[in-house]
Every structure is written in C-alpha cells, then in structure tokens.
Design a binder for this molecule. Sequence first.
Ligand code: GLN
Length: 512
Amino acid sequence: MKTTRKESLFRSLDATGNGRIGKHDILEVLSRSGIAVDDIRLQGLRARLDQLGDETVDAKGLETLLGGTGQLFARAQRGELVIPGFNRFAEQVEAIFDRVRTIDDGRVADYIPQLARVPGERFAVAMCTIDGQALQLGDVSTGFTLQSSCKPLLYCAALEEYGEAKVHAHVGREPSGRSFNELALNNCGLPHNPMINAGAIMTSSLIRRELATADRMEFLTDLVTALSGNRPCHFNNAVWHSERETADRNYALAHHMRERGAFPAGTEIPTALDYYFSACSIETTAPAVATIGATLANGGVCPLTGERVFGEENVKNGLSMMYSCGMYDYSGEFAFSVGIPAKSSVSGVILAVIPNVMGIAVWSPRLDTCGNSVRGVSFLRELVGRFSFHNYDSLVASRKEDPRRLPAAGETSFTYLAIQAASEGDVAELKRLVAHGHDLDAADYDGRTPLHLACAENRVEAVRYLLDQGVSDAPKDRWGTTPLADARKHKRKAIVALFAGRSKVQALKKSA
Ligand code: GLN
C-alpha cells in the first residue's frame, strides 16, 4: 500500500515510532520553520495545544488538533516555506545585526522635539516572509512614527481608488534628483513622483475625498492595520501637532502645486496637508512594518490574515516607485548597489521589500546627510552582500548564498524530490533523478539524505537501490543519526539485515 503524504507527515514527527506525538513535537516544527508562537494564524491551535497538555495524539488526533493550520504545518515540516532553513538564515542575519549595531555615525532628526528626543541608540530589525516566517531583533516593541515610509502606502491607496492614469495625471513617476522637500515641480507642473513630499501631499489630497475628516482618518489607520496583519497602530498626536507647526516648506509646496493647477478641482490645501501629516504621524513597530513589507512582497495579500489589501498591479507600481525613488538623493546608488525596493523616513525606519520573499523593517534613528538611517542602509547592504537578494543577482553566477526555496540551479528541488521518492519507496523516480545526473547523497537542511528516509520508512528496495548506486552508507543527520540507526530504531528488520549482509560481503572482499 502506498503511504499517503499525510501518513508520511505523521511518521516524520513520530520520533519514537509508537504512533503518538505530543505538543512539543508540534511546537518544534513551528519554531524550527520560523513561525512565531504569537502568529495570529495559530490562535486556535494554541488553545487546543493548551487543552492537550501532556497528552499525546495519533494521526487522526493530529489532524483535528491542527484544524485550519494543517496546510501551513505540513509545508513547514516538509521544508516548503519560502525560506526552508529559517533558523540558519536567522543566525546569519543576527550576526549582521550585531555588527551593524556597533555603528554610531549619523544624527537623529531634530526639526521637531518629538523626533529629537528619541535615543539614537535604538535599533530594531524585523522580517516577515510571504509565508509569515518572522524574525525580530532589538527594540522591536518600541514605537516610532511612519513618517515618509507612509508614502508608498498613500500612493497604492490612491491607485486603488482612481487607477494609474488618473493618479498620474496629478503626479509624475520620475526620480527628481533633488531633495525630498525641494521646492520644485516637473516640466508639467506636477510633483516629480509620489515618494517625495510634494507627491505624497498630492496622493493625500486624492484619497477618499468624499469622507468626513474622522472617517478619512479611520480609513488610514484601518489600512495600516490591515497591511500589518491586524496589528493595532496608534496615532501620535504630539508628532502631528509638531509636524503641522513646522510645515512652512510643505505649505509652500502645496501652494506652488495649486498655482500650477496640479490638484484636482476643489482641493483644500489645509485638508490635504493635515491628512499627509496624519499619515506621517501613525505610530507602529518594526514587526508591523516588516509585515507591511511582506504584504507588498506578496502582491498585496497579507500573509498573516490572507486578506487582499491592494491589487497586484498597484503593488507592482508602488514597488517600482520605491525602487527608483524611495531613498531620497541616494535612490540611484541604492538601486544600483543594494537592488531592492525600499522607502526611507526621517524617523529612521526603512521599509524594504524583497519581492516574492519578504518584507524587512530596519529602524535606527541616526540619519546620514541624505536623510537615510545609517545603520538601516548599512544593514541592508550587508544583507544583500551575503544573500543573493539584489534584483539582478539571478543574472550572474552569484557566489552569494540563496536561502530561498528552489534556487535557480534546481539543486535543492532535486534534493527534495529524491528525499520524497526515497521515503515513498519510488525506485522508478530515484532512477529518473539519477538519469538527470543528480547526486543521491544530497541532504536537506536537516542533514537527512534519501537513504535516511528510505530506512526510516522501511523501503527495502529503495535502500538496496541507493546502496547499489554507491551512496555513502553512514551519513549523519543534524541529530547525529545514521540511516542504519534509523532502521534499528524503527525495527526495520529487513533493512538491518540488508546492511549486515553487505558489510559481510565487504569484509570478505577485503580479506580475499
Ligand atoms: N513629516 C516629514 C515631512 O513632511 C516626513 C519627511 C520624511 O520622513 N522624510 O517633512
């Protein structure tokens, strides 16, 4: 009888082979794959695990226990999440974090007292993948205001409401080559792009014009909440007042735009500006910003709630703008050398996106002369120096590591196919892989080889085939276990006998 995927999943967890598993086995899989214990998708599972206590369950019980999280859990256990070796990846990121933490160059923004008072030492990095794998380092519970990192969100919200043509009748999409608040418009009298102040004041003026002020504000906080996986966000009233009181330049920009007829008819300048200051004054944390990035990386669907917040086409446009214009006067250099879409802000947060992989938030308040967080830029540079996340890394034979599933060379995918074939005893498939020139010795990120799986699953023919192919007969997985030890543990007598027979033959050959 063929083993189903469900049965193999259960067996892979049943370390003692007694047909029962406990709470610990389940939590182990989740933490190893980077799914945080406080992940909102696990709420139901957590409650059921608490009820389970020290009891164990069989295969049927596991299914009931997992409920709606069954798919996520199976993918996590099979190493099918976007970053399969998440813990190893996290360790490397932590090493970068520790190095960058020693940098103390730059100055905290001081144009308003609320920003000037933030301790320069603060430092947080958060990541969230499109499968919701999460990493949090440093000051991840401390709040900061979104400031300019709200600009791509305002732009996407305007696109959602009006579509590309109408939005770009009011704002351009070229880098300005000038500073973010320069009193300058493009040749058509429009702001150069939505990532600078003038452009964001414009997109602010477009959003939900028909709503009452309070409802428009709620629209904004609801939007940020939805993008960040239902994490509550706050409105920082003091920052809003300060922004408003020191806004001569922003007022000047708005008046300049009105003079050139850039706004839609009926736009009230104070209303547009107040809305822009409100968006800048939304206070949140690094994990929330990382999740916003993950929603963008995931084509507009929040990975934690499954809610579509923005349309794919609008997200594509938002990311394009971030790529070309998101890092102030450093945008060209950043696109060249780091090569990912990112949006910087005066509070020191950088919202960065690796499309189809993850969102990243780096928050550190000390800024360089362009206005970018010094540690933020440095962290992202190091990250991309180590991993092949630059947009064009895939075009070159990169020496960098690729932590993603199914790298271009296909080596990892072959490894998983071989392991699956071995665990299902599918000798024909193993032959097919060998025919492709694949090395059947390759191990997954836990050091498990096809031979381990074939032994554990009692696939005698597959074991014989693998040994006949000359695979190494005693590789150790990351727990130090060999295939033979697996076979003994699961009482696979035929396989233990097979190994014994072969070593006898070898011994005879040697002595002859
Ligand atoms: N509120 C700030 C301003 O409009 C935001 C600017 C920024 O983060 N660069 O000046």
